[in-house]
Design a protein around this ligand. Structure first.
Ligand SMILES: *Cc1c(COP(=O)(O)O)cnc(C)c1O
Length: 408
């Protein structure tokens, strides 16, 4: 008899985005003339920039040439991309990395989801609330949690509320935790963590021999110079942190796929009897066994982001999104909303009005402004009473959505 991995049966059904889709569809059917504007999506809308497209065309031509064709590449990624990453993303911020500390992949979703499998099953996981669901669900699948309660919180996971009171950066937990997931700039709250705030976590991790899994998928959206782009800007972080980055939001690669993960050689995990083991080697073994490399065309495209032209084009696209964010912020603030995020991240986190729940406010916005947002409660119980607005929309649509909300 074939049995299933019953951990998968503990998962809460993928509720949030299907439910949004259902409600939007029902509304559209009843209101066929409504021009619905979607500010709920976490996907980019601008096309890839010319430098990136040029590099892709060239790479495609190479693939058509007997002499320059590329088959399997290094599982860890091509040197040309790894060198560009280290020189531009890290050296410029005072962080030195060796090329075998960077692992190129086809997405930060996969990497943040896969990383947990190289760590023991009894590690206590800590996540922020609200949270990017991938961190939680992959640990549920692995069997690191119990069942979910009626709030959707799993037994054995430590949830760390992120609210206006702590500026959406969690306090240290009172229980000892082994693996801590942090995402800054944050999806969904749009919050950032200052150096001093990350230092608290790095110090905690060093003291407790814990690990920080730091998701920096939105670092390119940081505008405030004092905010760290990498956790390795904090002294000692290389001993306790893995960092995830992605070209998805930075450069519009959501459909093309390319990302990378940094696993420093100084990072150690421990056997049951306390022996230190290099995490880099274990991740390398896992990566080479289960992954055959991101496509050459994607990596050639990613390398183009680091050329002078590529940098400028990517910055210009980010400016479009961040001016959307600024417009969303200023409009909502003017009409009396409590607004967070949207300055160093492409998301605005909005407190609902009149104590509406997230879903009540979602329905209110959909019916009265024909604007779609994402209910904050879908990211965790501390997100109740908030909604997320994405700045990744088309500027004209965003402007129209704000005009409608202003008139409510
Ligand atoms: C979009 C996003 C990513 C990027 O995922 P990819 O698989 O690289 O597209 C990673 N983390 C968070 C929190 C995100 O929102």
């Amino acid at each position: 008899m074939i049995t299933v991995n019953e951990n998968f049966l503990k998962l809460q059904s993928g509720y949030l985005f299907p439910e949004i889709g259902r409600r939007v569809k029902a509304f559209a059917n009843n209101n066929p003339n409504a021009n619905i504007i979607r500010l709920g999506i976490g996907d980019v809308t601008e096309p890839l920039s010319p430098a990136i497209i040029g590099a892709m065309h060239k790479a495609v031509d190479q693939m058509a040439s007997k002499k320059e064709f590329k088959g399997y590449g290094p599982e860890q990624g091509y040197d040309f991309l790894i060198e560009a990453i280290i020189a531009n993303d890290y050296k410029t911020r005072g962080v030195s990395l060796e090329s075998n500390e960077v692992f190129v992949s086809d997405g930060a979703k996969c990497d943040t989801g896969n990383i947990q499998e190289i760590f023991g099953i009894h590690n206590i996981i800590a996540v922020t609330d609200p949270v990017y669901p991938v961190y939680v669900d992959t640990n549920v699948m692995a069997g690191r949690t119990g069942q979910a309660d009626n709030k959707g919180r799993y037994e054995k996971i430590v949830y760390m509320p992120c609210t206006p009171d702590n500026n959406f950066v969690p306090q240290l937990p009172t229980d000892k935790v082994d693996i801590i997931y942090l995402c800054y700039p944050n999806n969904p709250t749009g919050a950032v963590a200052k150096k001093e705030q990350l230092k608290v976590w790095v110090d905690y991790a060093k003291e407790n021999k814990s690990l920080i899994l730091f998701d920096a998928a939105y670092e390119a959206f940081i505008s405030d110079n004092s905010i760290p782009h990498s956790i390795y800007e904090i002294d000692g972080a290389k001993e306790v942190a893995i960092e995830f980055r992605s070209f998805s939001k930075t450069a519009g690669f959501t459909g093309l796929r390319c990302a990378f993960t940094v696993v420093p050689k100084a990072l150690k995990a421990y056997t049951k009897d306390g022996q230190a083991v290099e995490v880099n080697q274990i991740w390398n073994r896992r990566h080479c066994t289960k992954f055959n490399g991101a496509s050459y065309v994607s990596q050639a495209a990613a390398a183009a982001i680091y050329t002078e032209q590529g940098k400028k084009e990517v910055r210009d696209i980010i400016k479009i999104y961040m001016s959307n964010a600024a417009l969303i912020r200023s409009t909502l603030q003017e009409i009396g909303y409590e607004v967070y995020g949207g300055v160093n991240a492409p998301y605005v986190w909005l407190k609902t009005k009149n104590n509406m729940t997230s879903w009540e406010f979602f329905d209110f916005m959909l019916s009265n402004a024909n604007v779609v947002c994402t209910p904050g409660s879908g990211f965790g119980s501390a997100g109740e009473g908030f909604v997320r607005l994405s700045a990744f929309g088309d500027p004209a649509n965003v402007a129209q959505a704000m005009e409608r909300i202003r008139k409510l």
